[in-house]
Ligand binder design. Structure first.
Ligand SMILES: Nc1ncnc2c1ncn2[C@@H]1O[C@H](COP(=O)(O)OP(=O)(O)OP(=O)(O)O)[C@@H](O)[C@H]1O
Ligand SMILES: Nc1ncnc2c1ncn2[C@@H]1O[C@H](COP(=O)(O)OP(=O)(O)OP(=O)(O)O)[C@@H](O)[C@H]1O
Ligand SMILES: [Mg+2]
Ligand SMILES: [Mg+2]
Lengths: 250, 250
């Protein structure tokens, strides 16, 4: 059993898509899986077919509601979600003002560990209190790296930040891996970024590369993960491979 | 003369690319232009050919260094940049602790108004203290809307937030417009998103649509804006049109 945070302060790199698609792939394979949506945008919540701003949400859980009471079923067997709420944006201001606030989420999610084999925490695009709380609660962190220059350029400082988190906040946190996303075979840039990432971080990069696939960006508008929306798409197949790669490591 | 903030809490929608490309297009046309990089990721700084973490940076300006002393020339005539620094990440924690911190950036940038006709503030992907300070300093806000479902889905709540900012922080702030980015003629999704945005916000959307164009994502790796990297690309032409559209309104 492990809790995985999906984190990268660079925006739009595929954190939500990876959390939702990976979780759905593992759930379809029979593993009990939970997605915890720690982003006030609530993209993972909506991508799994739930309305935004339902209650109780993660905001309520941070305020004391038992996490298991906030879990909701999805259309995918074995997959449940702990939904986000726009009020979470206030948590970024409120968390730092509270006593021993670093481990609020860790303590709140402890009871979920018996509920699933895989738990994925989707983080917002920043290294603020919500993301730090998620990194404090997680056992491992998966970093989606979009096959673009800005995402590559920011990777060094992100790994430095994760090193600080390991030292000061959560010594047990391990980097599970970097997953290259939105890889486009037609562009030299994609090939260059992949080559750079494999050169500099050979032991951290997953074998599986997630291709750019429009079906992945269509799926959330139907509230379905890719495994249900279009299981034969290149996007779905890639996430199934990634899930297999993850499961064999676990 | 006007200060424009590029804001959207959704990540990866083209805030930096729009700030840099729009500024470069206006500068090439002879207008004195400044890009202020308010994102600790410092993507706009790097996209304009400057190293990250130079000093003085915007972090120093927030701490009292005169803004004009932090301006740097770029390879584009008439275009200067006020660079970001990774220390800005600390500003998100420090700003709320200071007296009357809401207008720190507004006061710090006041002296720049005589230095340029167009000033663009590139914001990080969040509605935290840095973005709120930028919205407090700006006259207008430009919202890049990626032609994708999540970006469309989050637009309503972003406009609500901007409404609150107008009421409580900066009554003079006007929404300059929504600009559709990464539009791909081959996908139904792009057409659907554009139709939805034009239907719901007809008076706010710019005529010009920015197409998905790999040359735009290659340019930052050379430290050049698109107008220099590949002036005949569809990306450069679209931003030149957008600049014309903006200038005729100004
Ligand atoms: N492999 C892919 N192919 C095509 N589109 C993708 C792929 N992965 C993600 N997308 C789309 O790209 C956009 C960004 O992805 P996503 O929202 O998952 O990133 P994120 O890192 O969670 O963003 P944020 O930083 O805002 O939280 C979304 O519109 C998504 O549907
Ligand atoms: N029209 C376009 N066509 C192709 N690629 C684009 C286009 N606009 C931006 N990009 C690329 O998409 C990625 C996201 O764009 P950008 O970084 O400008 O967004 P952002 O909103 O500033 O992101 P963040 O939320 O992290 O600040 C970048 O790698 C950029 O090079
Ligand atoms: Mg996300
Ligand atoms: Mg940016």
């Amino acid at each position: 059993m492990a809790i995985y945070a999906l984190a990268n302060q660079k925006g739009g790199v595929g954190k939500t898509t990876t959390a939702v698609s990976l979780a759905a792939s593992l759930a379809e394979a029979g593993a009990k899986t939970i997605v915890v949506d720690a982003d006030p945008q609530a993209n993972a919540t909506v991508a799994l077919g739930l309305p935004k701003d339902q209650e109780p949400s993660l905001y309520d859980v941070l305020a004391g509601t038992p996490a298991v009471d906030a879990l909701r079923d999805t259309a995918v067997p074995n997959l449940r979600v702990l939904p986000a709420h726009s009020d979470l944006a206030a948590a970024n201001v409120e968390i730092p003002r509270m006593e021993s606030s670093d481990y609020l989420l860790r303590d709140a999610l402890a009871s979920l560990r018996e509920e699933a084999q895989f738990i994925f925490l989707d983080c917002p695009p920043s290294i603020g209190p919500l993301t730090l709380n998620a990194l404090g609660a997680a056992d491992r962190v998966i970093v989606p790296v979009q096959a673009e220059y800005f995402a590559l350029e920011g990777l060094g400082s992100l790994l430095e930040t994760l090193g600080l988190v390991q030292k000061q906040l959560n010594p047990a946190l391990a980097i599970e891996g970097l997953v290259i996303t939105m890889w486009d075979p037609r562009t030299r840039l994609s090939h260059d970024v992949e080559a750079e990432v494999r050169k500099h971080f050979p032991e951290l990069v997953f074998e599986t590369v997630i291709p750019r696939n429009v079906r992945l960006s269509e799926a959330p508008s139907y509230g379905q993960p890719i495994t249900q929306y279009d299981p034969r798409s290149t996007g779905a197949e890639a996430y199934v491979h990634l899930a297999e790669e993850l499961a064999t490591r676990a």
